[in-house]
Write a protein that binds this ligand. Structure first.
Ligand code: MTE
Ligand code: MO
Length: 341
């Protein structure tokens, strides 16, 4: 893992990302503040606001409810940020701010139904226990995100207490986190302590100051919220700068999209034609798909390998990332240069 401290951010070397499930120890980490340490004996999940029955649930209460397990890929919206040719602010991730785990927990809708959502409620606000100062604000800011109620009901969101069959590790949100399948990681609030049903659109720091695409279109600044993860493929093998013998080369990688399952992955060697890779393993609706293709590599010197994914909604990776001020959603085609000897 390649980590930066304060706050702790770690990305995973691509060579460790080849499998359908990422071992928990290799799962990337993205934190905005120091990580809170929560005691199970006093920890509660409070559900308040526009509900018929405000609730205060212990982890034991939650574990007594119906549980569900889902394989979900989480990707930081800033993953690939360093690919923008004009630098953008924020964590300069390469491509390792993405991982996949099997998450187990209570379907969010079950907890909403238990509390009884009032008709006035429009959004669900999720509050984590971590907080700190953010630029441009004097007050202490908590990590908070909202989801529109109808979006949340249509999603298969989980209040997860286990990751790959073990209790959530501290760095991934112990004892409880939200998992919003298909959305960029920012929606999946860790160290969850409060869920509040609110009547208005939430406009907190991590909702409207950050995690917004800020584009310039026709000379005007347009702002769109960061939501569903864009289609992307990644070459995990061979590694960038690898030395390989001429002959048959197995190229392997992963592909995912928040919008729809992966339809195809195509690979190009040295600027040659796009050739369809074989999709492997299971297609978990919200987990990445493994793929591979073996192609002859002739000649000598440095050649570029490229892979591009298309999802069943027709989204295809662009050749270049679409620049936006905060550097989100950089899902352009990755290029891996290898040396043939
Ligand atoms: N409470 C809290 N939840 C959070 C964050 C955070 O800083 N605090 N970071 C978010 C972001 S931006 C991402 S990409 C994911 C990362 O999850 P991971 O650290 O388990 O990989 O958590 C999200 N949930
Ligand atoms: Mo993120």
């Amino acid at each position: 893992m390649i980590c930066h401290a304060d706050p702790l951010n770690c990305e995973t070397p691509l060579a460790r990302l080849g499998d359908e499930i990422t071992p928990t120890a290799d799962f990337y980490a993205r934190n905005h503040f120091a990580m809170p340490t929560l005691e199970l004996s006093t920890w509660r999940l409070r559900i308040s606001g526009q509900v018929e029955r405000p609730l205060s649930l212990s982890l034991q209460d939650l574990k007594a409810m119906r549980s569900e397990s889902q394989v979900v890929t989480l990707e930081c919206a800033g993953n690939g940020r360093s690919m923008f040719s004009a630098a953008t602010e924020g964590e300069q991730w390469t491509l390792g701010a993405v991982s996949t785990a099997e998450w187990t927990g209570v379907p969010l809708v079950d907890v909403l139904d238990r509390a009884g959502v009032e008709p006035r409620a429009r959004e669900i606000l999720f509050r984590g226990a971590d907080r700190g100062s953010v630029e441009g604000q004097t007050i202490i800011t908590a990590f908070e995100r909202s989801l529109a109620l109808d979006v949340a009901r249509d999603s298969r969101s989980l209040l997860a207490y286990a990751m790959n069959g073990e209790p959530l590790p501290e760095r991934h949100g112990y004892p409880l986190r939200l998992i919003v399948p298909g959305w960029y990681g920012v929606a999946s609030v860790k160290w969850l302590t409060e869920i509040e049903l609110i009547e208005n659109a939430f406009a907190g720091y991590f909702q409207t100051d950050k995690y917004v695409y800020e584009w310039e279109r026709d000379g005007r600044v347009v702002r769109d919220p960061v939501t569903v993860a864009r289609v992307r493929s990644m070459i995990t093998e061979p590694a960038s700068d690898a030395e390989i013998p001429a002959g048959n080369l197995a190229i392997r990688g992963l592909a995912w999209s928040g919008a729809a399952p992966i339809a195809r992955v195509e690979v190009s060697i040295g600027g040659g034609p796009w050739r369809k890779a074989r999709l492997m393993g299971n297609q978990n609706r919200y987990g990445w798909r493994r793929w591979e293709l073996t192609l002859p590599v002739l000649g000598q010197g440095t050649i570029a390998l490229r892979a591009r994914a298309t999802d069943l909604a027709g989204n295809m990776q662009p050749a270049l990332p679409e620049w936006n001020r905060l550097g989100y959603g950089a899902n352009s085609i990755q290029e891996v240069a290898v040396r043939v000897r």
